[in-house]
Ligand binder design. Structure first.
Ligand code: ADP
Ligand code: F6P
Length: 324
């Protein structure tokens, strides 16, 4: 039977993502509008274990929808991976009267949420990561802002790269996921895209591609490299030595995680945050919010974590056709 909740907590966990503030705001205001009390937990599970918990009011989330980062701060917490840490986390929730919790983060954070749900805290996950690598949802909060930030930066690198007739290797975020790399590869018209999911470590293919393109008169050569492959600087040195084409590496890094969220991120974050508050108000637990086939939906956390997400093959083939 659904358990009625009175006070919910909200936290952000793992890597931050633009739009997390919009999600926090939506959770707070939607829950308050349904008569629930809301507490903010700072610094993810680390802050939970340190009892960094305070009441949130409608005005606590004023003026944050346009801000990047997360007003609740975020952290990674090794202790929460242990059963002792998870038991203590659930006890601390109970001590503070928190009987429902919204966890905004990625798959790792959802694993923690699953553990709290198993310990009697009604817990709902909201997908927040720039990487787009959560299988149960077509959209993750932060991706749109990050990919637009990266695209604009790559356009700028491309200007100078073309002027100097260089090859540029531009490294974008994504330790295990190539979505930012693939989207930028298409949006920026890259000659080569290196995805962690598909990389075959055949550098000679890149070298041949650069040499052939030069012969055909191409003035630039943009390679988008995902962080998960990395080694952009040493790759640039090897490519320059092998091709004779001046080659530079640019690592975009954390600038991709900051900045004011796009309209799309603000709206999806608002909808998903509100949806999570509604699930808690209905007494639901152990669910992850997603956006699938044009609809906001929710899944059992364990089932969501078992789902697999593949880099879309057709997008990869189109990207190759565009650069040939
Ligand atoms: P993300 O949520 O973006 O995937 P991480 O993988 O870094 O980020 O996870 C964020 C935090 O979630 C970790 O620091 C840890 O506290 C918690 N967490 C991750 N995996 C687990 C797990 N298997 N069990 C419990 N908590 C976990
Ligand atoms: O949030 C996801 C992500 O940006 C990944 O793409 C990246 O690998 C990771 O976080 C880096 O996190 P940090 O530098 O904060 O440890």
């Amino acid at each position: 039977m659904a358990k009625k909740v009175e006070t919910i907590g909200v936290l952000t966990s793992g890597g931050d993502a633009p739009g997390m503030n919009a999600a926090i705001r939506a959770v707070v205001r939607k829950a308050l509008s349904q008569g629930l009390k809301v507490k903010g937990i700072s610094q993810g599970y680390k802050g939970l274990l340190n009892e960094e918990i305070e009441d949130l009011h409608p005005w606590s989330v004023s003026d944050i929808i346009s801000k990047g980062g997360t007003i609740l701060y975020t952290a990674r917490c090794a202790e929460f991976r242990t059963e002792e840490g998870q038991d203590r986390g659930a006890e601390i929730c109970r001590k503070h009267g928190i009987d429902g919790l919204v966890v905004i983060g990625g798959d790792g954070s959802f694993n923690g949420a699953k553990q709290l749900a198993a310990r009697g805290i009604n817990t709902i996950g909201v997908p927040g990561t720039i990487d787009l690598d959560i299988a149960c949802t077509d959209y993750t909060i932060g991706f749109d802002t990050a990919v637009n930030t990266a695209m604009e930066a790559i356009d700028k690198v491309r200007d100078t790269s073309t002027s100097h007739e260089r090859c540029s290797i531009i490294e974008v975020m994504g330790r295990n996921a190539g979505y930012i790399a693939l989207w930028c590869g298409i949006a920026n018209g890259a000659e080569d895209i290196l995805l962690p999911e598909r990389y075959d470590y055949d550098e000679q293919k890149l070298i041949n591609n650069i040499i052939n393109n030069r012969k055909r008169g191409k003035k630039h050569h943009i390679i988008i490299n995902a962080e998960g492959i990395g080694h952009s600087t040493s790759m640039a040195r090897r490519i320059e030595a092998a091709t004779g084409v001046e080659t530079r590496a640019t690592i975009l890094g954390h600038l991709q995680r900051g900045g004011s969220p796009t309209c799309r991120d603000r709206v999806y974050a608002s909808m998903m945050g509100a949806y999570a508050a509604d699930l808690l108000a209905e007494g639901k637990s152990n669910r992850v919010v997603g956006f699938k086939n044009g609809e906001y939906v929710d899944f059992d956390i364990a089932e969501a974590l078992d789902m697999q997400k593949e880099i879309p093959d057709y997008m990869v083939r189109v990207s190759k056709a565009m650069s040939s």
